[in-house]
Design a protein around this ligand. Sequence first.
Ligand SMILES: Cc1cc2nc3c(=O)[nH]c(=O)nc-3n(C[C@H](O)[C@H](O)[C@H](O)COP(=O)(O)OP(=O)(O)OC[C@H]3O[C@@H](n4cnc5c(N)ncnc54)[C@H](O)[C@@H]3O)c2cc1C
Length: 639
Amino acid sequence: MKLDARIPNGPIEEKWSNAKFEMKLVNPANKRKYKVIVVGSGLAGGAAAATLAELGYDVACFCFQDSPRRAHSIAAQGGINAAKNYQNDGDSVHRLFYDTVKGGDFRSREANVHRRAEVSVNIIDQCTAMGVPVAREYGGTLANRRFGGAQVSRTFYARGQTGQQLLLGVYSALQRQIGAGKVKMFSRTEMLDVVMDNGRAVGIVVRDLVTGTISSHAAHAVILATGGYGNVFYLSPNAKGSNVTETYRAYKRGAGFANPCYTQIHPTCIPVSGDYQSKLTLMSESLRNDGRVWVPKKKEDIAKHPDQIAESDRDYYLERKYPSFGNLAPRDISSRAAKEQCDDGRGVGPGGRGVYLDFRDGIKRDGADKIREKYGNLFDMYERITGEDPYKVPMRIYPAVHYAMGGLWVDYQLQTTIPGLFCLGEANFSDHGANRLGASALMQGLADGYFVIPYTLGNYLAGVPATSLADVNSAAFKTSETEVRARLDKLMSGTGKRSVESLWKELGHIMWENCGMARSKESLEKALAEIPRLREEFWRDLSVIGERDSFNQSLEKAGRVADFMEFGELLCRDALIREESCGGHFRVEHQVEGEAKRDDERFCHAAVWEYAGSADATPIRNVEPLVFENVKLATRSYK
Ligand SMILES: Cc1cc2nc3c(=O)[nH]c(=O)nc-3n(C[C@H](O)[C@H](O)[C@H](O)COP(=O)(O)OP(=O)(O)OC[C@H]3O[C@@H](n4cnc5c(N)ncnc54)[C@H](O)[C@@H]3O)c2cc1C
């Protein structure tokens, strides 16, 4: 597999400007002759589809929900970063770049990170111009708050529903193009394969989720913006439908899959409450601006009501361990610190798997109304789920899987290793390295969709004849359709007894226990032995109800879980070979006093996996070396 990152020459501050100038353009009059497929209508896909249509391309956009505005992006709570320095507290493009490279534990590509920091300032202008109701100060200027891994306030927000408001902006732009006939929207349609011809992506095969009809769609270029794969762990705050299917199918067609073991564990989720739970709920990182994290100092206090624990008996362990960043230490570090307290027997709530997030001091300082203004919907959500009022009793929180830093490998142009196949947003391996900083996913999705792909796609299409649109009746499409139908038949043919949900849950358990917050050679080898056994059981004992050619949610889910059954193994394999700790990838063998210990000599690279022809064949590991010329490789410290 050839991995040419196509990083432009020149100083880091000039790379993107130079690249934009050097990129080839498509004659405006010819743009309508190019057909572009965008799979995904979240912030990344929706922004790309709307912008490309505005530019004049003929766009088809696909999503599996009933409306593009239900993409998982709608769940994002806390905010979106931008290096505007409105607070005059020392922020700059370079600082955002620096914080991100450091926050990602030196496992991201410098040039991409810098571009995103540059573009961040345009995103906020774009969103406010579109009418997104971003929070404002009394005098009308845009408000900011702080997020993890930063000492400046650069996070823009709309209460605790930033994703929803941003997505409504994207959705309005998309609807405008749908109304104008420039975007053809296919909702409730699932992509099941990428079609290749002569080594290029030429279209996709999809299933209509209402009728079960399989059909093919040809394009000059295909863009995947299909979100993250956190649900391979079963329990996560991701939307239940979030999946790995489309990126995994692209991987099977030859796209490199980068760093699958980089998964983010978010420190502040509502703890698991029982065996029959199928979903977790996040409490945004923004809450740690005003909430203080603590556990009782003494084990005998864990069962006491928090009000009965004296101030001197509380351990504000993040403030103690990381005085410079305190409660806003980065997610990987805060999550591990919470686990450490609970492993030490000082966790609170059922099973001792919880720590307090306490707003007592914030409310005393600013008043309950101010706190309600900033986080009201999150407090309401917490109370609805737990029955406890967080204005009066501290929240109980615990880390959970949240975000996928790994994804399809893309070069600087956001193109995968397959010409004509691009990947945006959480679905690509992108700009976060081994740990994403809070409020940077929304920034990346909109940067990719609004500001990067409009240039890089044109650069690609300028070299593709408009007359070269593939024929959906050609052998390439027909073969792909036949394979898709055969797979659906195989899923339907099971006469077993186990539900998809129970198999998925078992996979999630294997993943979380052996490849979750802490991983070891031993646990990963155990997972790598258990997953193929479970996969075999999946195909032997699966029961899918309903019919193939009609509305069938059991079949949809089975297809996604079948991919997780293979992908989980790839993730664990990647974790096993990366014999270092970095960011969210914590190998217990590689630590210094509980902190991650990188091995830059051996692992300062992105690991890019190449499919070897079958689920049982060992995939090939390729590497893209990472070079740090602008931020010196150093041990991260938030102390
Ligand atoms: C609870 C929660 C809160 C968060 N809060 C924040 C925050 O405050 N700030 C921040 O920066 N980040 C936050 N994140 C992360 C952020 O929400 C996501 O990373 C981001 O929204 C992903 O956007 P996306 O456009 O890449 O993908 P998504 O929004 O996941 O969209 C994926 C799209 O792909 C489509 N799709 C997927 N598979 C298929 C298929 N096979 N066929 C057809 N269509 C398909 C879906 O229908 C959907 O339209 C949060 C995440 C969670 C879980």
